[in-house]
Design a protein. Structure first.
Ligand SMILES: Cc1cc2nc3c(=O)[nH]c(=O)nc-3n(C[C@H](O)[C@H](O)[C@H](O)COP(=O)(O)O)c2cc1C
Ligand code: SF4
Ligand code: FES
Lengths: 181, 436
């Protein structure tokens, strides 16, 4: 209901005193990305890729800080960030498993992959294991259809998946992912 | 027609064990960047003319003549940008990824040639976010290219310095649509723009911009090297040149294969993919937007005339998805429509609402609750959306339209046998109407 404003004005996550966009992140983005474009706004996607890499998700506060940093309004930043599926607004497990559900993967058994994940880890797409190790999502075509069924574990593509082996691989991963998200 | 061996894939061995990433030195050792040097010795207009003469048509989906597109840039209007479309998110499409997995420099050489011919200041390679590895490969290849004077220098004979950067998307199919891509590049949500103005006049940052697909640009070094007549010696009169075909689904050896345009789908599958797994039933010729080829269209010629000849939207990305006779086509259409419903950017009502409705209808049919009128209703909703019926901004909705239309037209019985008359749980239809 649009006329009830309070709820929407409340920050929906606790605000922390130290910034998410650290001086280091800002220097990195300003040094590497600002010169590439005629305006700062175009560095928005690169900036949030850095935030994702650093924190594994995009905290609300980072959106506010990015608005200041890029010289935009908060709504402009929010408008853009919420459009992109890779920019997750909630924390996830250490490993994000993106299982492709598009046509070639459906033809080649993506459902068996999800079923096995459900059996072994007890999670459905969108859910995280209790130990915060694994979050699974269903996503659209990963551009690796010749390797259907396929999935990304964080940044790494796994193709021609055998569901059992794939879950064994996931089980064998160390509790914390190396090198951020 | 004369295709005597791989062109774009000449540096990538057939045997997966032998494939490796080509570095700058490997690329140069196999003749790489010689075409760029040759181009630098030619007047820019001659290169554009060569590309027009070659008959090269865009490999990104629409098949627009590449050289002609370049001539739309307004004269003496600078700076100009080149946006390289590496979004590659159409289900069934993975050719651009495969090419740059191993041979990233051929794309960079193509960019350098197009950049010189069109006096481009900055080229942005817009690569989909999920291609983490490929973005890194390109970043590294770019470092090598910069170190060797391919970029970061003035185009010979001008004062224009040409830079090239990788720009990563973040998971949105619609950013492959050229103006959605530009919005995304500018740091906004990827909402396609209303045209005109066309990107050649006011594109990225409101400046003249060319948008080309990865494979289109990768053809340029070879056209420079061998000439327009050679390029035209492959393919058909309307569809010149070699082409990458990505084949997936029910075939024995899925993968990316190269042959000339105009090759029969059956030949492609039998010659390169080890045949169909099981018995052929249907195939999608070029990504899910294109619609479906029927059981009697196994021999369809894969070229830019395919739409007219076989009642599909077009060749699209030439990502062929093969389905055998065990496939549930209703479930496959639901999969395709769900994709469009999920990826619709939401600006146009027929697309936003229509794709979601069709997904619901198809889910209902799959669940066994489809009613007789659903068949006509699906067609009606499908046919009413798209830039060709003139109800939407971009072509995403046309893709949904063609998928639904051709599945229903070519395989009506698959749908009709799933539609039950009068079956709604708890409701019995009487001649007078519904009674609970
Ligand atoms: C919904 C939609 C998605 C598209 N996705 C891509 C894509 O991922 N890659 C691509 O090269 N072209 C894509 N296109 C086509 C582009 O709009 C554009 O025609 C193409 O990049 C032009 O390059 P070309 O002339 O070299 O083919 C898409 C078009 C539409 C309507
Ligand atoms: S047709 Fe669909 S995807 Fe394209 S602009 Fe309209 S709503 Fe967006
Ligand atoms: S359909 Fe799964 S990667 Fe393309």
């Amino acid at each position: 209901m649009a006329w009830i404003l309070e709820d929407r004005l409340k920050p929906y996550q606790p605000v922390r005193s130290e910034p998410y966009l650290t001086a280091q992140i800002k220097d990195h983005v300003a040094g590497k990305y600002f010169p590439r474009y005629p305006n700062k706004r175009a560095a928005l996607l690169p900036l949030f890729h850095v935030v994702m890499h650093e924190y594994g998700y995009i905290p609300t506060q980072a959106i506010d800080e990015a608005a200041d940093f890029l010289g935009l309004t908060r709504s402009e930043v929010q408008d853009a960030v919420t459009f992109y599926e890779e920019f997750r607004l909630e924390p996830t497990g250490a490993y994000v498993v993106n299982v492709c559900r598009s046509i070639a993967c459906e033809l080649c058994g993506h459902k068996d992959v999800l079923a096995k994940i459900r059996d072994v880890f007890g999670i459905e797409p969108g859910e995280t294991t209790d130990d915060h190790k694994i979050t699974v999502f269903e996503v659209e075509c990963l551009g690796a259809c010749e390797q259907a069924p396929c999935a990304l574990i964080n940044e790494d593509l796994h193709g021609t998946i055998n569901p059992g082996d794939f879950c064994a691989t996931l089980k064998a991963l160390p509790a914390k992912a190396a090198g951020g998200h | 027609m004369a295709f005597s061996g791989p062109v774009l894939l000449k540096r990538i061995p057939n045997d997966p064990q032998q494939r490796k990433l080509l570095r700058y030195a490997d690329y140069v050792a196999t003749g790489g960047y010689a075409s760029l040097k040759k181009a630098w010795g030619m007047p820019a207009e001659d290169i554009i003319k060569l590309v027009v003469d070659s008959g090269l048509r865009g490999r990104g989906g629409a098949g627009f003549p590449c050289g002609t597109k370049w001539t739309f840039l307004p004269k003496e209007s600078f700076p100009r940008y080149l946006a390289v479309n590496f979004d590659e998110s159409e289900p069934g499409t993975f050719k651009d990824r495969y090419l740059s997995d191993y041979d990233p420099h051929v794309l960079l050489e193509g960019i350098a040639i197009a950049g010189y011919a069109n006096k481009i200041s900055t080229s942005y390679i817009y690569i989909r976010g999920e291609y983490h590895k490929q973005a890194k490969i390109l970043e590294e290849a770019l470092l090598e290219a910069y170190a060797n004077g391919i970029f970061g220098q003035k185009h010979p004979g001008t004062d224009i310095v040409h830079n090239c950067y990788v720009h990563r998307g973040a998971g949105a199919y619609i950013c492959g649509e050229e103006t959605g891509l530009l919005e995304s590049l500018e740091g906004k949500r990827g909402w396609p723009r209303i045209k005109p103005p066309f990107p050649a006049v006011a594109g990225a940052f409101a400046k003249p911009t060319i948008i080309n697909n990865v494979e289109t640009l990768a053809c340029l070094p070879y056209i420079l090297e061998h000439g327009a007549a050679w390029f035209k010696s492959m393919g058909t009169p309307s569809s010149a040149g070699p082409k990458l075909f990505g084949v997936s689904g029910h075939v024995n050896r899925p993968g990316v294969y190269e042959d000339e345009l105009g090759i029969k789908m059956s030949t492609l599958i039998d010659k390169y993919c080890g045949g169909v797994k099981g018995k052929y039933r249907a195939a999608i010729p070029g990504g899910v937007s294109m619609g479906i080829l029927g059981t009697d269209q196994f021999d369809a010629q894969l070229d830019f005339d395919i739409g007219r000849k076989y009642n599909v939207l077009g060749l699209g990305t030439a990502g062929v998805i093969v389905m055998n006779d065990q496939t549930d086509l209703v479930v496959m259409l639901r999969n395709i429509v769900r994709f469009f419903a999920h990826e619709s950017c939401g600006q146009c009502t027929p697309c936003r609402e229509g794709t979601a409705w069709m997904h619901k209808m198809l889910s209902r049919i799959v669940a066994g609750y489809g009613t007789a009128k659903d068949f006509d209703l699906l067609l009606e909703v499908g046919l009413s959306m798209g830039s060709m019926p003139g109800t939407t901004i971009c072509g995403l909705a046309d893709g949904a339209n063609w998928a639904v239309k051709t599945f229903l037209q070519k395989f009506p019985e698959d749908f009709k046998k799933r539609l039950k008359r009068d079956v709604v749980p708890g409701v019995t239809l009487t001649p007078a109407g519904a009674a609970v």
